[in-house]
Design a protein around this ligand. Sequence first.
Ligand SMILES: *Cc1c(COP(=O)(O)O)cnc(C)c1O
Length: 371
Amino acid sequence: MDRVIAAAPQLAGIVPYDPKYLPAHAYLSANENPRDVDDAIRVQIEEEVRAVALNRYPDPLANDLRDLIAQANGLDRDWVLVGNGGDELLFDTALAWGGPGRTFLNMPPTFSVYAANARLTNTPIMDIPRIDGFAIDELRVLQALADPDNGITFTIVASPNNPTGLMVPTEFLERLLDATDALVMVDEAYFEFSRQTMRPQLERHKNLVILRTFSKAFSLAGVRIGYILAHPDVIREYLKVRQPYSVDAVSQAIARVVFRNRSAFEPRIQEIISERGRLADALRTLPGVVPHPSESNWVLFAVPDAPDAWQFLYDCGILVRDFSTAPGLEGTLRVTVGTPEQNDAFIAALRDFVLKPAVATSCTEGSESHA
Ligand SMILES: *Cc1c(COP(=O)(O)O)cnc(C)c1O
């Protein structure tokens, strides 16, 4: 056959996810941990992985890892589910709580994956855009949830919100959880940097799901492990939609070692928090540059001629994320907090761009280093 029947109609408007990863000297675009897992922990990982039976299917529920996570959170095993990155659990949320005739409440600008999953599952989306300073329009959100005609079945609130950076106030999330029986996922992908969690509210709200990941604070973006905390009845619905073997045995083994050693990650988390402050302070001193407050491992900032600034930084070997044409984020770039050296290089390059616009047509430092 020289043709193929059209794919499902909901795919028509969808563009495949593109992380816009390009070769660079300093990768400050994807909110990864700038430091890889250290050698002492890698030795333990090698031992743990050596013992994995590669010919056997993995434990579908990753129960050993599940128990470690449950124990750390003061919960029983059936309150925890491990996924192939937080992304799988986000997709499972749309599969289990979305679908035709059900509505997803979204609060853009936020993580673009939420709306993409709703589209894939034919779930209508109700957008309530954020207001000044990227705060949630609390009144409108509560009103929308209270109106049964809207048929809202789930919502996802990232806290801190990616890419804007601020936490959602706990008092608002509590009011949200009281106002509706819709599923409310609080995406805590960056909670190790914000130091705030909805865990204390979990037992009081059956409609609360907390999402976390090993990809950011625990340096495991390459391994794909995330998890949710939720009431066992909610977890049971996720079990029905998930791919049984989505979390492979090697990833389970690596994640167990990293989680057992999680206190060793504390100094680098502290470093990222303090470097975040230093980055924001430095950005504030540059004319025309406005950093947004962040409780995460990145800083979103407005800069004049943002697309040119992005290119200038890239020519210096520094890859940041360009949001300058994203709705609601016009004129902004997002820089992930790197190592102190990477952050210095970023600040120096952006200063060159901002202070010498007439001559700064290309980077003078480090332009060969990433070729
Ligand atoms: C990174 C991220 C996740 C999860 O990422 P995984 O690598 O799939 O675990 C979830 N939500 C937000 C907002 C993120 O930025």
